[in-house]
Design a protein around this ligand. Sequence first.
Ligand code: S3P
Length: 193
Amino acid sequence: MQNRLALRYAEILKAAFLRPLTVMVHHRRKIIYLLGFMGSGKSTVGAILARELRWPFIDLDVTIEAGQGLTIREIFEQVGEPFFRTLEHAALTEASKTEPAVIALGGGTFAQPQNIELIRASAGVTVWLDCSFEELRRRCNGMTNRPLFRDAASFAQLLEQRIPYYRLADYRVPTEGRTPEEVAQQILQLRLF
Ligand code: S3P
């Protein structure tokens, strides 16, 4: 168990640190990627942030749904998660060509090493909307378009698996007890550009 965990961390660190030089020499591009778990507010905060900045807003899940003419739940049901991840990567590849842009990722987007690599190579800024397990669960309760939101135990396990990836974001913004407007203001105050 200990060994498996160590190997997993080594994998994550490899994805995070092996390619930073290419990014460091690049100019930072005007792309803000919002990441975080289901229910962290990526879509709501992203729309407000984009409006404030007068930048286009791209919600990755919405783009995928529009491209397939299916809801996220239907995509999971009909073709499964691995194919959803392929669609997600393709949508991210397209989205990352837009500048300026605020891009709301899906909860699992920034937990796939190939996406982390793509995002880093795009030279945008990553912001993690952090939130407690209890609050995330409360916000997701009753939502039907989240195939990976099943029971409390699997939700907690998934969050635990994702946190090491989320920690790789450039910025962490706590969202607990804050309205989406307040979170967007916090991001604006980071003076990213
Ligand atoms: C997922 C989160 C969802 C959506 C899909 C998979 C995940 O996005 O992309 O259901 O793996 O956590 P939200 O975080 O916007 O709910």
